[in-house]
Design a protein around this ligand. Sequence first.
Ligand code: PAF
Length: 279
Amino acid sequence: MAIEILRSVSELRARLRQEPRYACVPTMGNIHDGHLRLVTLGLQNAPTVVTTIFVNRLQFGQGEDFDKYPRTFEEDCEKLERAGCQLVFHPDEREMYPEPQVFMVDPPPVANKLEGRFRHGHFRGVATVVLKLMNMVQPHVAVFGKKDYQQLHIIRHMVRQLALPVEIVAAETYRADDGLALSSRNRYLSPEERGEAPRLHEALDQVRAAVASGDRNFEALEFAADALLARHGWHVDYVVVRSRRTLMQPEADEKELVALGAARLGVTRLIDNLELLAP
Ligand code: PAF
Protein backbone atom coordinates (compact mmCIF):
# COMPACT_ATOMS: atom_id res chain seq x y z
CA MET A 1 0.00 0.00 0.00
CA ALA A 2 1.34 3.46 -0.91
CA ILE A 3 2.51 5.68 1.90
CA GLU A 4 -0.04 8.39 2.80
CA ILE A 5 1.07 12.00 3.14
CA LEU A 6 -0.88 14.30 5.43
CA ARG A 7 -0.17 18.00 5.54
CA SER A 8 -2.71 19.45 7.92
CA VAL A 9 -3.56 18.64 11.51
CA SER A 10 -7.24 18.17 10.69
CA GLU A 11 -6.43 15.67 7.90
CA LEU A 12 -4.00 13.89 10.19
CA ARG A 13 -6.46 13.61 13.09
CA ALA A 14 -9.27 12.38 10.82
CA ARG A 15 -6.97 9.71 9.36
CA LEU A 16 -5.63 8.61 12.72
CA ARG A 17 -9.12 8.07 14.10
CA GLN A 18 -9.06 4.79 12.14
CA GLU A 19 -5.95 3.56 13.95
CA PRO A 20 -6.31 1.93 17.37
CA ARG A 21 -2.60 2.24 18.22
CA TYR A 22 0.23 4.02 16.45
CA ALA A 23 3.83 5.12 16.97
CA CYS A 24 5.34 8.43 15.95
CA VAL A 25 8.86 8.97 14.65
CA PRO A 26 9.61 12.72 14.70
CA THR A 27 12.27 13.77 12.16
CA MET A 28 13.47 16.77 10.23
CA GLY A 29 13.65 14.65 7.08
CA ASN A 30 16.72 13.77 5.02
CA ILE A 31 15.93 10.22 6.01
CA HIS A 32 18.84 7.80 6.39
CA ASP A 33 19.20 4.27 7.74
CA GLY A 34 19.33 5.62 11.31
CA HIS A 35 15.79 7.00 10.91
CA LEU A 36 14.64 3.78 9.27
CA ARG A 37 15.75 1.90 12.39
CA LEU A 38 13.47 4.20 14.38
CA VAL A 39 10.61 3.25 12.05
CA THR A 40 11.36 -0.45 12.54
CA LEU A 41 11.35 0.03 16.30
CA GLY A 42 8.07 1.95 15.98
CA LEU A 43 6.56 -0.98 14.08
CA GLN A 44 7.68 -3.34 16.85
CA ASN A 45 5.68 -1.24 19.29
CA ALA A 46 2.56 -0.46 17.26
CA PRO A 47 0.96 -1.67 14.01
CA THR A 48 1.08 1.80 12.40
CA VAL A 49 3.89 4.36 12.23
CA VAL A 50 3.51 8.07 11.50
CA THR A 51 6.81 9.74 10.61
CA THR A 52 6.76 13.51 10.96
CA ILE A 53 8.97 15.57 8.68
CA PHE A 54 9.38 19.19 9.69
CA VAL A 55 12.54 21.30 9.74
CA ASN A 56 11.96 23.25 12.92
CA ARG A 57 13.24 26.81 12.66
CA LEU A 58 12.88 27.30 16.44
CA GLN A 59 15.73 24.92 17.27
CA PHE A 60 18.30 26.52 14.96
CA GLY A 61 20.44 29.35 16.25
CA GLN A 62 21.71 32.30 14.26
CA GLY A 63 24.41 31.20 11.83
CA GLU A 64 23.28 27.56 11.98
CA ASP A 65 22.26 25.55 8.93
CA PHE A 66 18.44 26.07 8.89
CA ASP A 67 18.37 27.36 5.30
CA LYS A 68 20.77 24.82 3.96
CA TYR A 69 19.44 21.89 6.01
CA PRO A 70 18.90 19.17 3.37
CA ARG A 71 15.26 18.89 2.28
CA THR A 72 14.74 15.67 0.31
CA PHE A 73 11.04 14.97 0.74
CA GLU A 74 10.41 12.71 -2.29
CA GLU A 75 13.34 10.38 -1.54
CA ASP A 76 12.42 10.44 2.15
CA CYS A 77 8.92 9.14 1.40
CA GLU A 78 10.29 6.37 -0.83
CA LYS A 79 12.69 5.21 1.87
CA LEU A 80 10.03 5.39 4.57
CA GLU A 81 7.58 3.41 2.46
CA ARG A 82 10.16 0.68 1.85
CA ALA A 83 10.75 0.51 5.61
CA GLY A 84 7.04 -0.12 6.22
CA CYS A 85 6.03 3.33 7.47
CA GLN A 86 2.39 3.92 6.52
CA LEU A 87 1.87 7.65 7.21
CA VAL A 88 3.93 10.82 6.85
CA PHE A 89 2.89 14.06 8.53
CA HIS A 90 4.54 16.92 6.64
CA PRO A 91 3.16 20.25 7.81
CA ASP A 92 4.48 23.45 6.33
CA GLU A 93 5.64 26.35 8.47
CA ARG A 94 2.17 27.96 8.44
CA GLU A 95 0.49 24.78 9.65
CA MET A 96 2.99 24.30 12.46
CA TYR A 97 3.31 27.96 13.43
CA PRO A 98 0.17 29.74 12.14
CA GLU A 99 1.08 32.65 14.41
CA PRO A 100 4.41 33.50 16.02
CA GLN A 101 5.12 30.83 18.66
CA VAL A 102 5.28 32.82 21.88
CA PHE A 103 4.40 30.02 24.31
CA MET A 104 7.61 28.06 24.63
CA VAL A 105 8.66 25.07 26.72
CA ASP A 106 11.36 26.24 29.09
CA PRO A 107 13.53 23.21 29.87
CA PRO A 108 15.53 22.83 33.12
CA PRO A 109 19.18 24.01 33.44
CA VAL A 110 20.62 20.78 31.97
CA ALA A 111 19.43 22.22 28.63
CA ASN A 112 22.08 24.94 28.94
CA LYS A 113 24.93 22.43 29.38
CA LEU A 114 26.74 20.35 26.75
CA GLU A 115 24.93 21.07 23.43
CA GLY A 116 23.05 23.93 25.08
CA ARG A 117 26.33 25.76 25.80
CA PHE A 118 27.11 25.85 22.10
CA ARG A 119 23.57 26.08 20.74
CA HIS A 120 21.73 28.65 22.85
CA GLY A 121 17.99 28.05 22.99
CA HIS A 122 18.28 24.84 20.97
CA PHE A 123 16.46 22.61 23.45
CA ARG A 124 13.79 25.23 24.07
CA GLY A 125 13.01 24.99 20.35
CA VAL A 126 13.20 21.18 20.38
CA ALA A 127 11.00 20.77 23.47
CA THR A 128 8.43 23.21 22.10
CA VAL A 129 8.09 21.49 18.73
CA VAL A 130 8.09 18.00 20.26
CA LEU A 131 5.31 18.95 22.68
CA LYS A 132 3.39 20.46 19.78
CA LEU A 133 3.95 17.39 17.58
CA MET A 134 2.82 15.10 20.41
CA ASN A 135 -0.37 17.18 20.74
CA MET A 136 -0.97 17.13 17.00
CA VAL A 137 -0.27 13.42 16.44
CA GLN A 138 -1.28 12.08 19.89
CA PRO A 139 0.69 8.86 19.43
CA HIS A 140 0.74 5.98 21.91
CA VAL A 141 4.51 5.62 21.43
CA ALA A 142 7.19 8.02 20.18
CA VAL A 143 10.62 6.83 19.09
CA PHE A 144 13.80 8.90 19.52
CA GLY A 145 17.41 7.94 18.84
CA LYS A 146 20.13 7.79 21.48
CA LYS A 147 22.40 9.59 19.00
CA ASP A 148 20.88 12.83 20.34
CA TYR A 149 21.34 11.74 23.92
CA GLN A 150 20.70 15.07 25.59
CA GLN A 151 17.61 15.62 23.44
CA LEU A 152 16.27 12.20 24.48
CA HIS A 153 16.99 12.99 28.14
CA ILE A 154 15.15 16.33 27.97
CA ILE A 155 12.18 14.88 26.09
CA ARG A 156 11.81 12.04 28.61
CA HIS A 157 11.93 14.55 31.44
CA MET A 158 9.34 16.77 29.74
CA VAL A 159 7.01 13.82 29.12
CA ARG A 160 7.27 12.83 32.80
CA GLN A 161 6.86 16.31 34.22
CA LEU A 162 4.02 17.38 31.93
CA ALA A 163 2.31 13.96 32.18
CA LEU A 164 2.12 13.52 28.41
CA PRO A 165 0.22 10.32 27.57
CA VAL A 166 2.95 8.87 25.36
CA GLU A 167 5.52 6.14 25.90
CA ILE A 168 9.02 7.16 24.83
CA VAL A 169 11.06 4.39 23.22
CA ALA A 170 14.80 4.90 22.71
CA ALA A 171 16.67 3.46 19.71
CA GLU A 172 20.37 2.58 19.80
CA THR A 173 22.61 4.69 17.60
CA TYR A 174 23.03 3.25 14.13
CA ARG A 175 26.63 3.33 12.94
CA ALA A 176 28.46 2.83 9.67
CA ASP A 177 30.88 -0.16 9.67
CA ASP A 178 33.75 2.12 10.67
CA GLY A 179 31.87 3.38 13.75
CA LEU A 180 30.63 6.77 12.49
CA ALA A 181 27.13 7.48 13.83
CA LEU A 182 24.70 8.13 10.98
CA SER A 183 23.56 11.74 10.80
CA SER A 184 22.10 14.02 8.15
CA ARG A 185 25.07 16.31 8.72
CA ASN A 186 27.56 13.62 7.56
CA ARG A 187 26.74 14.67 4.02
CA TYR A 188 28.62 17.94 4.62
CA LEU A 189 31.91 16.01 5.12
CA SER A 190 34.50 15.99 2.32
CA PRO A 191 35.80 12.50 1.40
CA GLU A 192 38.93 13.18 3.44
CA GLU A 193 36.90 14.33 6.45
CA ARG A 194 34.62 11.30 6.09
CA GLY A 195 37.76 9.13 6.48
CA GLU A 196 38.69 10.98 9.67
CA ALA A 197 35.18 11.23 11.15
CA PRO A 198 35.07 7.80 12.92
CA ARG A 199 37.77 9.06 15.28
CA LEU A 200 35.11 10.74 17.42
CA HIS A 201 33.61 7.33 18.14
CA GLU A 202 37.11 5.89 18.63
CA ALA A 203 37.93 8.59 21.22
CA LEU A 204 34.69 7.87 23.13
CA ASP A 205 35.37 4.15 22.92
CA GLN A 206 38.77 4.64 24.56
CA VAL A 207 36.99 6.39 27.43
CA ARG A 208 34.48 3.52 27.57
CA ALA A 209 37.24 0.88 27.76
CA ALA A 210 39.14 2.76 30.48
CA VAL A 211 36.00 3.28 32.61
CA ALA A 212 35.02 -0.39 32.14
CA SER A 213 38.43 -1.40 33.52
CA GLY A 214 37.89 0.68 36.67
CA ASP A 215 39.47 4.03 35.79
CA ARG A 216 37.42 6.84 37.39
CA ASN A 217 39.80 9.67 36.66
CA PHE A 218 37.26 11.15 34.28
CA GLU A 219 39.03 14.44 33.87
CA ALA A 220 42.20 12.74 32.64
CA LEU A 221 40.19 10.51 30.29
CA GLU A 222 38.32 13.52 28.89
CA PHE A 223 41.60 15.36 28.41
CA ALA A 224 43.18 12.39 26.58
CA ALA A 225 40.17 12.06 24.24
CA ASP A 226 40.20 15.79 23.57
CA ALA A 227 43.96 15.70 22.82
CA LEU A 228 43.59 12.71 20.47
CA LEU A 229 40.98 14.57 18.43
CA ALA A 230 42.86 17.88 18.46
CA ARG A 231 46.02 16.10 17.18
CA HIS A 232 44.02 15.00 14.15
CA GLY A 233 42.71 18.43 13.29
CA TRP A 234 39.41 18.47 15.17
CA HIS A 235 38.12 21.53 17.01
CA VAL A 236 36.68 19.99 20.16
CA ASP A 237 33.69 21.58 21.90
CA TYR A 238 33.55 18.93 24.65
CA VAL A 239 34.26 15.34 25.53
CA VAL A 240 32.85 14.56 28.96
CA VAL A 241 31.74 11.73 31.19
CA ARG A 242 28.33 12.27 32.77
CA SER A 243 25.72 10.46 34.81
CA ARG A 244 23.18 8.77 32.55
CA ARG A 245 20.46 9.65 35.06
CA THR A 246 21.11 13.41 35.30
CA LEU A 247 23.63 14.24 32.55
CA MET A 248 25.51 16.08 35.31
CA GLN A 249 28.84 15.16 36.95
CA PRO A 250 28.58 11.56 38.19
CA GLU A 251 28.27 10.79 41.91
CA ALA A 252 31.35 9.14 43.46
CA ASP A 253 29.97 5.59 43.15
CA GLU A 254 27.70 6.01 40.13
CA LYS A 255 28.06 3.18 37.62
CA GLU A 256 25.69 4.00 34.75
CA LEU A 257 27.53 6.70 32.87
CA VAL A 258 27.71 8.13 29.39
CA ALA A 259 30.56 9.72 27.44
CA LEU A 260 29.38 12.56 25.23
CA GLY A 261 31.39 14.40 22.62
CA ALA A 262 30.94 17.22 20.13
CA ALA A 263 33.64 18.41 17.78
CA ARG A 264 34.06 20.14 14.46
CA LEU A 265 35.84 18.72 11.47
CA GLY A 266 36.23 21.58 9.00
CA VAL A 267 32.81 23.23 8.92
CA THR A 268 30.91 20.15 10.04
CA ARG A 269 30.01 19.74 13.69
CA LEU A 270 29.51 16.14 14.77
CA ILE A 271 28.12 14.79 18.04
CA ASP A 272 28.24 11.28 19.42
CA ASN A 273 28.00 9.42 22.71
CA LEU A 274 28.57 6.01 24.24
CA GLU A 275 26.95 4.56 27.32
CA LEU A 276 29.53 3.41 29.86
CA LEU A 277 29.29 0.93 32.69
CA ALA A 278 31.73 1.31 35.55
CA PRO A 279 32.53 -1.88 37.52
O1 PAF B 1 15.97 14.93 16.30
C1 PAF B 1 15.39 15.63 15.44
O2 PAF B 1 15.38 15.33 14.25
C2 PAF B 1 14.67 16.90 15.89
O3 PAF B 1 15.35 17.53 16.91
C3 PAF B 1 13.20 16.65 16.27
C4 PAF B 1 13.07 15.72 17.48
C5 PAF B 1 12.45 16.03 15.10
C6 PAF B 1 12.51 17.96 16.62
O4 PAF B 1 12.54 18.86 15.58
